[in-house]
Design a protein around this ligand. Structure first.
Ligand code: CAA
Length: 259
């Protein structure tokens, strides 16, 4: 188990849970940012982690970057903090395994930006998400204007970023900010169900799928198609491909088991 003061990584049956624990709202300060980066690296490198859940506990996911820590920063200090947080969130987005965010309570500012690094978001029906930075006289600084716009488009992102309003779970689902809404007590279990289905999946093929989809979205279509084509062909060098196709031919669809 990876342990920081405010963030831990607990691994069970192939699923690694990155748990924020900095009451009352898991505000992301410099230390949380550093610990998250360390555990993103650990989740990336450990073979026994096959899928990841980002979780802030039963009460709240994260209320954003730590406003009290940021308020009196100088320009060079805040530039460093912003770059570190952006780098940490990139490290989480680049974990080459399925990642799901389990959102309870609030995911605001840097909290929503953290959730946006996941492949998929499960939320309690009472959650509120948003990018309220404008009400602090600033803008989102760790992906809120970029990952959100790529996920739901520029107009809806501008509504959320310009107003800073809190978006309730049902609307977040309609907008596509979250992918599933469940009862508040069921958030972690629903996220775990999603992650656990990949614990025995073809890890190398899943890594390639994520690299193709996320990498391709950063490119123009011809280059993205080339990336996909290369990753597709590369899988012929893997046991995942050999197991998967042999099993299909011998046993029919959906019966393959993977290391
Ligand atoms: N940073 C530091 N402290 C925070 C915080 C934050 N982002 N959010 C809440 N807190 C603190 C409050 O100051 C309060 O502290 P005290 O008990 O010492 O007074 C405590 O957490 C509980 O907060 P509330 O009393 O406000 O609790 P609530 O349940 O009524 O509301 C909340 C919770 C909706 C999260 C509300 O606190 C809130 O709106 N927080 C700010 C959200 C925000 O603006 N986030 C964006 C931060 S900037 C950012 O993230 C930049 C970026 O993109 C990188």
């Amino acid at each position: 188990m990876g342990v920081g003061e405010f963030v831990t990584l607990e691994v069970k049956d192939g699923v690694g849970t990155v748990r924020l624990d900095r009451p009352p709202v898991n505000a992301l300060n410099a230390q949380v940012t550093a610990e998250l980066a360390e555990l993103a690296k650990e989740a990336t490198e450990r073979d026994d982690v096959r899928a990841v859940i980002l979780y802030g506990g039963e009460k709240t996911f994260a209320g954003g970057a730590d406003i009290k820590e940021m308020a009196t920063r100088t320009y060079p200090e805040i530039a460093k903090f912003g770059a570190n947080l952006t780098g940490t969130l990139a490290a989480i987005a680049n974990i080459p395994k399925p990642v799901v965010a389990a959102i309870t309570g609030y995911a605001l500012g840097g909290g929503l930006e953290l959730a946006l690094t996941a492949d998929w978001r499960v939320a309690g029906d009472n959650v509120k998400v948003g990018q309220p930075e404008i009400q602090l006289g600033v803008i989102p600084g760790a992906g809120g204007t970029q990952r959100l716009a790529r996920l739901i488009g520029p107009s809806k992102t501008k509504d959320i970023v310009y107003t800073g309003r809190f978006v309730k779970a049902e609307e977040a689902l309609q907008l596509g900010i979250v992918d599933q809404v469940v009862a508040p007590d069921d958030v972690y279990a629903a996220a775990h169900k999603w992650a656990a289905q990949f614990a025995n999946g073809p890890a190398v093929a899943l890594r390639a799928a994520k690299a193709a989809i996320d990498g391709g979205l950063d490119m123009d279509l011809p280059n993205a198609l080339k990336l996909e084509s290369h990753l597709f062909a590369a899988l012929w060098a893997t046991e995942d491909q050999q197991n998967g196709m042999k099993s299909f031919i011998e046993n029919g669809p959906g019966k393959a088991t993977f290391e």
